[in-house]
Structure formats: structure tokens, C-alpha cells
Design a binder for this molecule. Structure first.
Ligand code: ZN
Length: 373
């Protein structure tokens, strides 16, 4: 069976406001020559373009999707929030929360972005595809039910999961979030639930500043079904693979999901302007290999990756291409032009030893995670 790739040019036309990195232009903040938010179309479009140029696009099942419906959105977001968002979008755009500016038609772009994630999950659960990648834009993992933040306007992954559950297609879902920022929206939406496991690997206290602690484990029936793995700035290839081995894979084993969804951001890469981590394209390839192994073992290989952050226009395409090479089992290989440099720049063994110790402490949290499945 094929690997699906869900994308739509209209998602690339979603526009942000007048920013220099994350700073609103004004007073003492000069507009950038290249302009705009780091959450720009270029990181995503250049990934799609590289897939075309390498020939990998021809091996993937390329699809678009219908926008998520109002009913889909209302399973996660209050009607009043959706009404405010739609009205502002129709009136030319604006900003509803923190760092979420959008232009006219932002509502439709966000609904389409959620629709790509929803359809990717549906097609995998229906057995039409072995696995899938949704090039969703705008991203979703920071969005709370009634408060957008961090470039995220709708909770794409939560909307996709709730649509699949409403259709009776799935019960237990695991979400692995390796975007460098804390997946606070996904965490909040499922915090009291034992049917959706949420695991977030992130740079500690990057964004949001006040969430993502290892002690935040869920509440009520959801106690034990949320895991946070905050890593210190500078963590690189070894730290990410170790965190996957020691925490993420054992948690998936214990939870026994019916499908795994990855919130796939590339902003832990060493060239990202919004983080201070040292991951490389090889890191993302290896994490994909790890999570594919878990999906094979636990849920018939059912795996869906949904694009989140990643703000290096030059480097994100190489990271995404490595993930899609692995996901599809392709023989096509695009070499990472920065591989040698990033291998040389990895933290030394003393730093890796320190981080391994932290990961070991956090792995103790698994002891009180209820075993199920
Ligand atoms: Zn991010």
C-alpha cells in the first residue's frame, strides 16, 4: 500500500501579518526586507517542490481534501469562537489570540488545513493507504478550543481524531509531538481523557513559556495519559533518539494505540530561528523509523504525520524529504547538504550524558502510566 501526501496550494496562500520574526512591526521593530512571520508558505512549498524535483512525489499518492466541516470544528472548538474567527476572516483578517495574525480567508485556509489532517487519518484508518503525511498549514498543535496561539488557528490533529472517532473508525489514538515547541493545545484538549495519549518532546520553556513540565501528567481519567519531555537547549541527535527509546516507545507499548499520529514539526533542527536545538535531517529520519517500528508492532503500521512548525526555509525541505523517504520506503535519496557540518557540531559526550540523565529521570514517570490494551 502507498504512502499518501495531502497538500493544497490554497493552504500556502494563508497570510500572516506584518512581523519581523515574532515581533510585530512598529515603534522600534523595523520590517524585515524579506518580510512577515516565520510561519510563511516557503518552508512548506519548498518541501513540496523538493519532492517534485527529486521524483519522490511521483511515488507518493498525492491528494488534496475537502475543508473540515463546521460540524468537524465544533467537536473541538466552541461555536462562539468559530463565529468570531469567521467574521474577522470575512472582514479582512486580524488577530484573535497571541501571534496568530491572519488575512482575509484565514478561516477557510485553516479549515482546509484541518481537512487535510482529517482526510489523511480517515484514509489510513480505512485501509486505503499504509501511512500518510498531511502538509497542513496553518499549523494546529498550540491552538486551544477557544484561544488560538503560536500561529495555530484550529486544532488540526484534535479535529482529525474527533472526526474519526465520531465516524466509529477508531477508539485509542496516540499523538507523538516532536515539534520543538510544547504541544499545549493537543495536551489541553485531551488532558482528562484516557483514550488519547499525548506525548510532547520539546525545548524546555521555549513556547509557551509556562507549560510543558514533565510533572504535567493529565487529570481525572486522563491521569498518566499525558507525557511531557522537556529537553534543555542544545540537545541534538542522540538526545532525541534516546528520549524516543526511553520514553516515547515504551509509552506507546503500554498504551497500545490503534493508530499513531505525529505532530511533525522541524523546528528542532539546528538552523531554526525559533529554537536552540541541534537536530538534523537524519534525526527526523531516525525518529520516523522508530515510530514506524512502533506502528508496525502495535497497530498494523497505521501512522499519520501532520506538519506543524519548522522555520528554516533552506533546511526544512531536507528534513521533510528524509521523513518522506523513510515513510514511503523509497530508494530515492536526497543527500542532506548540511549533514557533515551538523555531525561535527553535535554536543559532546559530557553534555549528552547530562541529558541522558534527565531523560532517565523523566522515564520514571512511565511507572504510573496505566497499562492498557
Ligand atoms: Zn514549533
Amino acid at each position: 500500500m502507498a504512502t499518501g501526501f495531502f497538500w493544497d496550494e490554497r493552504c500556502f496562500w494563508h497570510s500572516g501579518g506584518d512581523y519581523a520574526l515574532t515581533l510585530p512591526v512598529g515603534d522600534y521593530v523595523q520590517p524585515l526586507a524579506a518580510g512577515g512571520l516565520p510561519e510563511s508558505p516557503e518552508t512548506k512549498r519548498r518541501l513540496k517542490n523538493l519532492l517534485d524535483v527529486s521524483g519522490l512525489a511521483a511515488e507518493l499518492e498525492m491528494r488534496s481534501a475537502a475543508p473540515a466541516t463546521r460540524g468537524d470544528l465544533e467537536r473541538v472548538h466552541p461555536a462562539a469562537y468559530l463565529d468570531r474567527f469567521k467574521a474577522m476572516s470575512d472582514a479582512g483578517g486580524g488577530e484573535l489570540g497571541l501571534r496568530t495574525p491572519f488575512g482575509k480567508g484565514g478561516y477557510e485556509a485553516a479549515a482546509l488545513s484541518a481537512g487535510l489532517a482529517k482526510e489523511a487519518l480517515r484514509a489510513v484508518l480505512a485501509g486505503e493507504l499504509q501511512n500518510a503525511y498531511a502538509l497542513s498549514r496553518p499549523p494546529g498543535h498550540h491552538c486551544l478550543p477557544d484561544w488560538p496561539n503560536g500561529f495555530c488557528l484550529l486544532a488540526n490533529i484534535a479535529i482529525a481524531i474527533e472526526a474519526a472517532r465520531a465516524a466509529g473508525m477508531v477508539g485509542r489514538v496516540a499523538v507523538v509531538d516532536w515539534d520543538v515547541h510544547h504541544g499545549n493545545g493537543t495536551e489541553a484538549i485531551f488532558y482528562d481523557r484516557d483514550d488519547v495519549l499525548t506525548v510532547s518532546l520539546h525545548q524546555a520553556r521555549n513556547y509557551p513559556l509556562d507549560s510543558g513540565d514533565a510533572g504535567d501528567r493529565g487529570t481525572g481519567a486522563g491521569l498518566g495519559f499525558n507525557l511531557n519531555v522537556p529537553l534543555p537547549p542544545g540537545a541534538g541527535h542522540q538526545a532525541y533518539l534516546e528520549a524516543m527509546r526511553r520514553i516515547v516507545l515504551p509509552a506507546l507499548d503500554r498504551f497500545a494505540p490503534e493508530v499513531i499520529v505525529v505532530a511533525c514539526g522541524y523546528d528542532a533542527a539546528a538552523f531554526d530561528p525559533l529554537s536552540r536545538m541541534m537536530a538534523s535531517a537524519e534525526t527526523f529520519r531516525e525518529m520516523t523509523r522508530q515510530v514506524m517500528g512502533a506502528a508496525e508492532k502495535l497497530c498494523g503500521g497505521r501512522l499519520v504525520l501532520v506538519h506543524e512548525g519548522g522555520y528554516s526555509e533552506a533546511y526544512v525541505p531536507f528534513c521533510g524529504h528524509a521523513v518522506l523517504e523513510q515513510l514511503s520506503g523509497s530508494a530515492i535519496h536526497v543527500p542532506d547538504p548540511m549533514a557533515e557540518t551538523l555531525r561535527a557540531r553535535q554536543p559532546d559526550s559530557r553534555f549528552d550524558g547530562f541529558v541522558t540523565g534527565l531523560i532517565g529521570e523523566m522515564a520514571e514517570n512511565l511507572a504510573d502510566m496505566p497499562a492498557s490494551g
